[in-house]
Design a protein around this ligand. Structure first.
Ligand code: ADP
Ligand code: MG
Length: 613
């Protein structure tokens, strides 16, 4: 039988390797920015067109390459960063595998121009699908410019797999943020389709965070700092009240390398335990420095995962440092803390009591006002079939009549324990009480248990959906227009959401530079933090785009409802609880929240009897 094994040509091997290294434009951006950092650049420019489909260019003022290196760098396993196996244990550079440029060149058309600082002339190399097409001397500034054109031009399947531009751009932006945060002492500029999205001058981490995320971040963060023999910690952590529903803004770096590390992330998150509600996540920007011989960055091809020798010790120190920054308790005697004063953000004052996240409520909304007085006329008057379902549960004495006059003067869904404790159950037609986050009521037919937050989400969600369907935007003008600023990717997403937001009653106009002015919001939503509200809506919307969730409107209404709903721990007046229950049963789908999770259940007598067997 003849031999059947052959060695794959380099071009094919490179394409296969490219699959691992270059998944999407953002992966090429990551490799190129990291190469610039490794080359000692102090000023880096990223130029992108069409979210990286047609052009990704990185221009740096780093060391540049010699004529022959300029050609060699596209070979597989061509690296200047390690020479022998031992070097693997003392890595201080970002790259070391020598795979990235080979992989990128295998799936695009690359134009490299590079010049070493002591050379008169530079060199230009053109590569297309791994083939070097041309190399010639050229005039160029010292440093390196690599332009990657038409990514995946030779792999249509990969090209077609790319997501819409706003998503690819937000991936690129995320990479840019990570590199820019890790190197705040360098200048960075980022252009997309001719627009300058970021222009960041070398400064400190605090300024860099403000430059990337907006100046308002200065109020949102505490400084965290700790130095020990094993690890040096420096950075900023978000105040508890700014915790978010997604893990988006969690940045952890080791020796200037962005990492993902479940253990260390949870060290930070655990320090927030009980300060923030379940399933919300604090923001953090934390830099760790450890001896490079005590970490292994080699375990993951895209190198965001890292192993530490002293993991449990670092965990404990990081957690303690975070707690201390949050002002929870002083560990000064336990560990020698030495807070630095050179940053703009002060640590939490000693008497700081962390605030729970702001709860949004409509201070004008009085659920007990008569129907004609409410601003929800179009909804309140709507009798859905499930109303019967509701009435079925209560007999005449149990049925909440939410329109009693006494109730009309009661403040609305204000989650404030003070109000609740000061109120006597004046008009409680239905025996109600709280069990943790649940409202419990006894019915003729059993025990009704309602998750207050989910129930309210359902109610708001259906109101918003109805507005959209009927195109009956009911807007309230804001007394003071609010300016909001987002990162570039989010701004693009927000603009895509404009039609839906307008349908709901938002009035938003772009002011340029990723800033928007909001002059009106839907009447159902009176959120005093419109920036956070929109941030959440954008982040949910992005999530739904990625999952190809068919109905973007649904996801937008669900996000807004979740953000605006009265929170699980808030205490309501008995009358408010009753109104909530009445409103819930007026919904078309009262049993589940927009997320699909249960809003309530009823334990009937039979089930109770089972338990007493
Ligand atoms: P690695 O970074 O793992 O060494 P790459 O394929 O990313 O592998 O790059 C190969 C080599 O090309 C690098 O080791 C470096 O010597 C050179 N190189 C790449 N980009 C630059 C740049 N921007 N400036 C100077 N040299 C560069
Ligand atoms: Mg590299």
């Amino acid at each position: 039988m003849s031999d059947i094994i052959n060695i794959l040509p380099d071009s094919v091997a490179n394409q296969i390797a490219a699959g691992e290294v270059v998944e999407r434009p953002a992966s090429a951006v990551k490799e190129m920015l990291e190469n610039a950092m490794d080359a000692g650049a102090t000023a880096i420019e990223l130029i992108v067109k069409d979210a990286g489909r047609t052009l990704i260019q990185v221009i740096d003022n780093g060391c540049g390459m010699s004529d022959s290196d300029a050609r060699l760098c596209f070979e597989r396993h061509a690296t200047s960063k390690i020479h022998k196996a031992d070097d693997l244990f003392a890595i201080r550079t970002m790259g070391f595998r020598g795979e990235a440029l080979a992989a990128i060149a295998a799936v695009s058309q690359v134009e490299l121009r590079t010049r070493q600082h002591d050379s008169e002339l530079g060199t230009e190399v053109q590569v297309e699908g791994s083939d070097v097409k041309e190399q010639c001397p050229c005039n160029c500034a010292p440093g390196t410019s690599i332009a990657v054109k038409n990514l995946f031009f030779n792999i249509p399947a990969r090209r077609n797999f790319l997501k819409k531009d706003s998503i690819e751009l937000s991936h690129i932006e995320e990479i840019f943020r990570r590199v820019a945060l890790a190197n705040c002492d360098k200048d960075f500029a980022f252009h997309h389709n001719g627009r300058l999205l970021y222009d960041l001058k070398a400064s400190n981490l605090a300024q860099r965070i403000a430059g990337l995320f907006g100046n308002n971040y200065k109020e949102r963060l505490f400084h965290v700092h700790e130095e020990t023999d094993i690890v040096r910690i420096d950075g900023y952590i978000g105040k508890a009240e700014y915790a978010k529903r997604t893990r988006g803004e969690q940045y952890l770096f080791v020796n200037n390398r962005f990492i993902k590390h479940i253990g260390l992330s949870s060290a930070i998150e655990k320090a927030y335990a009980e300060l923030i509600p379940e399933r919300t996540y604090p923001s953090y920007f934390v830099m760790l420095e450890v001896d490079p011989s005590k970490i292994d960055v080699n375990i993951h091809p895209t190198k965001t995962e890292v192993k530490f020798t002293d993991e449990s010790v670092i965990y404990a120190i990081l957690r303690a440092a975070t707690k201390k920054a949050l002002g929870q308790f002083s560990l000064a005697t336990e560990l020698e803390f030495n807070p630095s004063t050179e940053f703009d953000f002060a640590p939490a004052p000693k008497d700081y009591t962390p605030q729970p996240p702001k709860v949004s409520y409509n201070s004008n909304y009085n659920p007990f006002a008569s129907q004609s007085e409410t601003r929800f006329d179009s909804f309140s008057s709507k009798k859905s079939p499930s109303r019967h379902e509701f009435e079925h549960f209560f007999d005449d004495t149990d049925k909440p009549s939410a329109r009693s006059e006494e109730c009309a003067s009661t403040p609305s869904l204000i989650p404030n324990a003070e109000h609740a404790t000061g109120t006597t159950q004046k008009t409680s037609e239905m025996p109600l009480s709280y069990l943790g986050r649940y409202i419990v009521s006894t019915l003729k037919s059993g025990i009704l248990i309602i998750d207050q937050q989910r129930a309210h989400e359902r109610i708001i969600y259906e109101r918003l959906m109805l507005r959209m369907e009927q195109s009956q935007a009911a807007a309230q003008q804001l007394l003071f227009p609010v300016n909001c600023r987002f990162n570039a990717g989010d701004s693009e997403v927000l603009m895509e959401m404009f039609p839906e937001l307008k349908q709901l009653g938002f009035a938003i106009e772009p002011l340029g530079q990723n800033t928007f002015v909001v002059t009106a919001t839907p009447v159902d939503i009176t959120d005093n933090d419109i920036q956070s509200l929109l941030e959440q809506a954008i982040s949910d919307y992005k999530g739904s785009m990625m999952q190809k969730f068919s109905d973007r409107k649904q996801s937008l209404c669900a996000a807004l409802a979740r953000q605006t709903a009265v929170k699980a721990g808030a205490t309501l007046y008995p009358q408010e609880m009753q109104q909530l229950i009445a409103d819930l049963f007026s919904c078309q789908v009262p049993h589940t929240a927009p997320s699909g999770k249960r809003t309530m259940f009823i334990l009937n007598e039979q089930e109770l009897a089972e338990r007493f067997k």
